[in-house]
Ligand binder design. Structure first.
Ligand code: SF4
Length: 355
């Protein structure tokens, strides 16, 4: 425990002087952070960088300053506010969480990790982070920054990755015992982000320099030990920018569940796995007959690369006579000046450059 205190106190002293000024870190009473803001920020930060999340967070809190107001929002409104942030299931789950907390807990945040874990989209990490950051409770919350700092600090280099992860969680749990558990977690996050980053370490200004075993052993670049990279597949498809006489574009809403769920898109073909297609050019040409070719956009998802051929057409004849390659049932027309009212993903925003 003495050894951990000799890490904890320099860390907290450094944090008091150097912590990042983040909008979810504004205290409500000088001691505790607002659990609602901690929840929104932690859900946004699952799979999103701090710099990308800040603008969305501010906009979100301006629209819905408390959990009751969020609970009364519609799914479309939430998806619109989330558009461009990706992983839209997070937004839908956040809305479900707000409804449960507002209705079942009368707006009072559950301060029990087992109750938090039962909320939609709140897993082990997020529940533990909320317990420490919002309620000052001991926890073993470990994000990528914390994992990197602790792994380097203790030179964890077992080839058994689960063992390393468990060691990191155990160390964090001990470090967050006693006073200021939330600040301990956030100081580790800040050291990981500002000083001990994945590519560059500025050990000379690190509050942990004197204790760092990786630095002593000169093995920083090898830690944390990484698992094998999963290779991403490739998919292709066609996106149709269909415009009407008055300049309106044909749009549709994606199903609520699944990739980009609930966002609005220009209609298109299904995305096909390139491994299943013998001749990609021929495949695209056969889909794109009768349309003007406008260009190509590329997008990277966590598990595949996507290439979309963008084609366009102006419909002069009656909509009913339009031979559409997709069902028009769920489609609707929107003028470009009204686009801001709809939740487009960053993929669709790339396609808009061809409008
Ligand atoms: S001394 Fe260097 S490697 Fe060690 S925790 Fe600090 S920045 Fe990271």
């Amino acid at each position: 425990m003495n050894k951990l205190n000799s890490i904890k106190y320099p860390l907290l002293s450094w944090y008091d002087l150097n912590k990042r000024d983040l909008p979810w870190r504004l205290s409500v009473d000088g001691q505790y952070l607002d659990p609602y803001k901690v929840l929104v920020s932690e859900v946004m930060l699952q799979q999103t960088t701090v710099s990308a999340a800040i603008k969305y967070f501010k906009n979100f809190i301006e629209k819905w300053p408390n959990i009751e107001l969020l609970a009364s929002a519609s799914e479309d409104e939430i998806i619109n506010a989330w558009a461009g942030l990706g992983y839209y299931a997070r937004a839908r789950n956040l809305l479900k969480c707000a409804k449960i907390i507002a209705n079942d807990f009368q707006g009072n945040f559950p301060q029990d990790i087992n109750l938090l874990k039962k909320l939609p989209g709140i897993g082990d990490y997020t529940s533990a982070a909320i317990m420490s950051i919002a309620f000052n409770k001991q926890s073993d919350a470990v994000d990528v920054n914390i994992e990197r700092v602790i792994s380097r600090l203790f030179a964890l280099q077992s080839s058994n990755l689960s063992y390393n992860k468990k060691m990191v969680r155990d160390i964090v749990f001990q470090l967050t015992s006693g006073n200021r558990p939330g600040d301990v977690l956030q100081s580790l996050m800040d050291v990981g982000s500002l000083i001990c980053s994945a590519k560059n370490c500025t050990c000379t200004i690190c509050p942990l320099e004197k204790k760092c075993m990786s630095l002593k052993q000169d093995i920083i670049s090898q830690i944390p030990i990484k698992g094998k990279k999963v290779s991403r597949g490739e998919k292709i498809g066609t996106l149709y920018l269909i415009t009407r006489r008055d300049g309106a574009y044909l749009l549709r809403k994606r199903p609520s569940k699944g990739l980009l769920g609930g966002t609005v898109e220009f209609p298109g073909t299904n995305w096909e796995d390139t491994a299943m297609i013998v001749n990609k050019n021929k495949y695209l040409k056969s889909n794109n007959l009768h349309y003007s070719e406008l260009g190509v956009i590329k997008h990277t998802f966590s598990h595949f690369y996507l290439t979309l051929s963008i084609v366009g057409k102006i419909i002069f004849e009656s909509e009913k006579d339009f031979m559409s390659p997709f069902s028009l049932d769920k489609c609707f027309w929107v003028l470009p000046e009204e686009f801001h009212k709809y939740g487009f993903s960053s993929l669709m925003k790339k396609a808009m450059q061809y409008i």
